[in-house]
Design a protein. Structure first.
Length: 274
């Protein structure tokens, strides 16, 4: 058995992470269309996400990646099967999970700090109890000097870092990220990947990351969930056995290349995968 095949023969997580934070069994999601027809977006998904893991989900456009993330965030109901979050049935949005979308969606009339504190306002919590925490998070991502600036004064990468801090300020256990770097240029995206790995390492959060990029998924993840075309099923859950911390140079290694070739063959790299 080849080294890569041995690494992919099981979907068991890092043995140091044994607490299943999310458990999905037979998860399916169907949309009703305008003409009263039905579109099956997700079909019979079974998986577990473990505490502290970084898991990416990849697949062709339309395979249900974003639908899956919204289900896990409690924003969409599912049709059949079950999802448990921290040992309890998932029935709607939970303070244990926060979502970062592709667009930072910062309010232009609010300062960076006030944007970060927005979830605290929505939950009607005491702002003074979270202000120092928000400033510490901004310091962690290098934005402490921009706390009183406005979004238009920040670059795209800086705005996305602010959006990540906004998700972290309520101290969720899970960070759900829906192609958060898809709108950035290639060089900024690489730097944001390094930044995200540092944030993940320091925060200890569980991250579920949606991406079209095979290379990005491999570089960031402990495991990669590869999905089939619609209806989205799990084609394979691939362990990524690469040392951490990771530098961009790891992309040029033979092992990284074998992971990439395996995933391309698995999901058919046409349709924008790279």
């Amino acid at each position: 058995m080849s080294a890569l095949r041995a690494a992919t023969a099981t979907a068991e997580p890092n043995p140091s992470r044994t607490c299943a934070l999310i458990i999905a069994r037979g998860l399916s999601k169907t949309y009703t269309t305008a003409d009263s027809g039905e579109v099956v977006a997700l079909k019979d998904l079974d998986f577990q996400i473990f505490d502290g893991e970084f898991v990416s989900v990849i697949g062709q456009s339309g395979c249900g990646k974003s639908t899956l993330l919204k289900v896990l965030g409690g924003l969409l109901p599912y049709r059949t099967g079950s999802v448990e979050l921290n040992g309890k049935p998932l029935r709607g949005p939970s303070p244990d999970a926060a979502i970062v979308f592709q667009s930072p969606v910062l309010l232009p009339w609010r300062t960076v700090l006030d944007n970060v504190l927005l979830p605290i306002e929505f939950r009607k919590l005491q702002l003074s109890d979270y202000r120092q925490h928000a400033l510490e998070l901004l310091r962690m991502v290098g934005l402490q000097e921009f706390a009183q600036r406005y979004p238009f004064e920040l670059s795209g990468g800086m705005q996305q870092r602010a959006a990540i801090v906004r998700a972290l300020v309520q101290d969720p256990r899970i960070l759900l990220m829906d192609e958060p770097f898809g709108a950035l240029d290639a060089m900024t995206r690489e730097q944001m990947n390094l930044e995200l790995m540092r944030i993940w390492s320091q925060s200890g959060k569980t991250v579920i990351f949606i991406t079209h990029s095979i290379a990005e998924a491999i570089f960031l993840s402990d495991r990669v969930i590869a999905m089939t075309a619609r209806p989205g099923r799990i084609a394979e859950i691939l362990n990524i056995d690469l040392p951490r911390p990771r530098e961009l140079s790891i992309i040029n290694t033979d092992r990284f290349g074998r992971y990439a070739a395996h995933l391309r063959a698995l999901i058919d790299a046409r349709g924008g995968m790279f």
